[in-house]
Design a protein around this ligand. Structure first.
Ligand code: NAP
Length: 303
């Protein structure tokens, strides 16, 4: 069965290249004729692993193609996922599966609501990749991807394709725990790195702020029924700060390069959840207020 991959960005390329390398049928979906012409000129997708580039001439089409889709990997940013799903909905078979690779929370539920009937598998990945140039992606960090379906706990048979492609993965009946935990880690680290203009390790100079955020995020996770995701959060945040001390967070990189952030699906989602529950989390709200002001001052989108 063909893997349709929407988005020839970092993760889309990382998945498409490995699936194609394993001899599995893959088709890329690009946003316009112009992007398709750029892709044709580039001669395919290039994945650079340990400094070695390898080109994959994967077939590609635009959103306007009308051939039916049985399996879709949606590899856009969270803020683009619903629009992309709306564009592709008429092409999706009733028993199609859609794998959602977005970080944070909120976009997956929005897509699943729109695509009712189709199986939506949520993914949480610690793999790292970045775009070096158009259609050229560097595989920057080995990691793992958890996949799960909040509505149906049975693992799908196509996981064998991921095995064949060497994509490290695990089916998880608790995918929402994984996504919440990752969101909480992100909320405790990424916004502060932007506000303090520092690498992750620079947060060692702000232990009180980190501790206050972790305490409030723990309260939030517990109130949202995510007690497992709340366990030892502060310890884990300190561990991540140490383990990634030399790195700039993804939000830091987005802001410093003038790119739109996924704030609405990370800190914004946490603050909205607290609001819905009537929880007062003053440190989290204060960080959100300061971050929004920081983005506004740079002319970056606030959602
Ligand atoms: P990315 O490099 O920006 O790639 C997103 C791709 O989606 C772009 O190529 C974009 O096309 C494409 N796209 C968006 N809307 C589209 C549409 N309607 N039709 C066709 N293509 C469309 O993003 P990414 O880094 O792969 O991130 C994807 C998600 O994975 C994010 O939620 C991110 O937080 C998460 N994640 C990323 C990493 C990582 O290391 N990169 C790790 C873990 C999680 P254009 O090129 O035309 O703009």
């Amino acid at each position: 069965m063909t893997w349709h991959v929407l988005g020839a960005g970092s993760l889309g390329t990382l998945w498409a290249a490995r699936l194609a390398r394993a001899g599995l049928p893959v088709r890329l979906i690009l946003r316009s004729d112009e992007r398709l012409a750029d892709y044709t000129r580039a001669g395919g997708l290039t994945l650079i692993e340990q400094g070695a580039p390898q080109r994959y001439a994967i077939a590609a089409e635009t959103l306007d193609n009308d051939a039916p889709i049985q399996r879709l990997l949606l590899a856009s940013k969270a803020y683009d996922a619903l629009d992309a799903a709306k564009r592709l909905a008429p092409r999706l078979a009733q028993d199609a599966t859609v794998v959602l690779l977005q970080n944070g929370l909120g976009s997956q539920d929005a897509v699943a609501r729109h695509l009712q009937g189709r199986r939506c598998v949520y993914a949480s990945s610690t793999e790292g990749a970045f775009r070096q140039a158009d259609f050229q992606v560097v595989f920057a960090g080995a990691g793992h991807t958890w996949l799960g379906d909040p509505l149906r706990p049975t693992a799908p048979q196509w996981l064998a394709d991921l095995q064949a492609a060497g994509i490290p993965h695990q089916w998880s009946a608790e995918i929402l725990d994984k996504l919440w935990r990752k969101l909480a880690l992100n909320c405790a680290i990424n916004p502060l790195t932007v506000l303090h203009d520092c690498r992750n390790g620079g947060l060692r100079d702000y232990p009180g702020e980190v501790a206050s955020l972790c305490a409030e995020l723990t309260t939030l996770l517990q109130a949202c029924g995510q007690a497992a995701a709340a366990e030892h959060l502060h310890e884990d945040v300190l561990r991540v700060i140490d383990a990634t001390a030399a790195n700039y967070s993804s939000m830091y990189q987005d802001v410093s390069q003038g790119r739109r952030t996924e704030i609405r699906y990370l800190l914004g989602y946490a603050c909205a959840a607290a609001n819905d529950l009537g929880l007062s989390l003053p440190h989290l709200s204060d960080v959100q207020r300061r971050l929004l002001a920081h983005l506004a001052a740079r002319g970056l989108p606030l959602d």
